[in-house]
Write a protein that binds this ligand. Structure first.
Ligand code: APR
Length: 255
């Protein structure tokens, strides 16, 4: 049985748990958004992990903007899937909850996840920011078509997608939000879904958050470097496994 003491005072919480969920591209795969490293990830025969770099942008900003514009359009047309819905449901029912997503799409929020319970650690694809100064704007509608490169209205430098590229630093404020949660108390449950878990900080947060006694559930059709630490693994698509896991949690109050 998982569940900390001290919850009864908080009558509104349906499950007395501190929960961290970490997601990656696999959670949006069933919404038709290609993963980065999967076989469908290639775009015009180009490797996304090579396009999402400051070097690619410096070499060919048009090409990189075209890729992001196409991704924005695809995300705009996509719908949240049962995995996003299950995570949103868990967020609303758990006593304490944080989602750390590596995804730059907006499908978690469109599934009903309260934005204040989510950290988009790799940024937001609908944000456009200046490559030189602090100027940034939110472009949910497709204002930028990739045909002409956008320039900063403040300093005239090239605008770029507001995401974190390979080799770039994570946003310190966002790291702080995650660290606050991770150090704020051991989690009863950590769920890591749809990520190849290639970044050390993802594994570090998952392991530190679960502490000595928390459960660590991995949802991924493939094994990853995190699998060896999981207390339960579901080798299934997230849209299949997560609704079941969350239903089980909500009916038992435990994982
Ligand atoms: N359900 C769950 N997992 C899935 C599904 C699915 N339906 N389909 C694929 N997966 C898994 C794959 O097995 C793989 O482990 O999702 C993972 C996707 O891995 P990546 O493409 O590497 O995506 P991610 O882990 O999010 O990448 C991390 O790297 O490219 C950068 O910044 C980018 O945020 C991204 C980061």
């Amino acid at each position: 049985m998982i569940g900390k003491g001290g919850c009864p005072e908080q009558a509104s919480a349906k499950i007395c748990m501190r929960v961290l969920v970490i997601t990656g591209a696999g959670v949006s795969a069933e919404s038709g958004i290609p993963t980065f490293r999967g076989k469908d990830g290639y775009w015009r025969n180009l490797d996304p992990t090579k396009l999402a770099t400051p070097e690619a942008f410096a070499r060919d900003p048009n090409l990189v903007w075209n890729w992001y514009c196409e991704r924005r359009r695809r995300i705009g047309r996509a719908q949240p899937n049962p995995a996003h819905q299950a995570i949103a449901n868990l967020a609303l029912q758990a006593d304490e909850f944080l989602l750390v997503t590596q995804n730059v799409d907006d499908l978690h929020v469109r599934a009903g996840l309260p934005p204040e319970k989510m950290v988009q650690i790799h940024g937001d694809i609908f944000m456009t920011r200046c490559s030189r100064c602090e100027f940034r704007r939110y472009e949910h509608e497709q204002e930028q078509d990739g045909a002409s490169l956008p320039k900063c209205p403040d300093c005239g430098a090239l605008m770029r997608p507001g995401v974190v590229w390979f080799g770039e630093q994570l946003d310190l404020r966002k790291i702080g939000e995650v660290e606050n949660f991770v150090t704020g108390g051991d989690c009863d449950l950590v769920i890591v879904a749809g990520t190849s878990a290639l970044f050390g900080y993802i594994i570090d947060w998952a392991l530190r958050a679960r502490g000595q006694a928390g459960q660590l559930i991995e949802v991924n059709p493939e094994e990853t470097s995190l699998s060896q630490f999981a207390t339960r693994s579901f080798r299934e698509p997230a849209g299949v496994a997560l609704p079941r896991v969350v239903d089980e949690l909500l009916s038992n109050g435990s994982a």
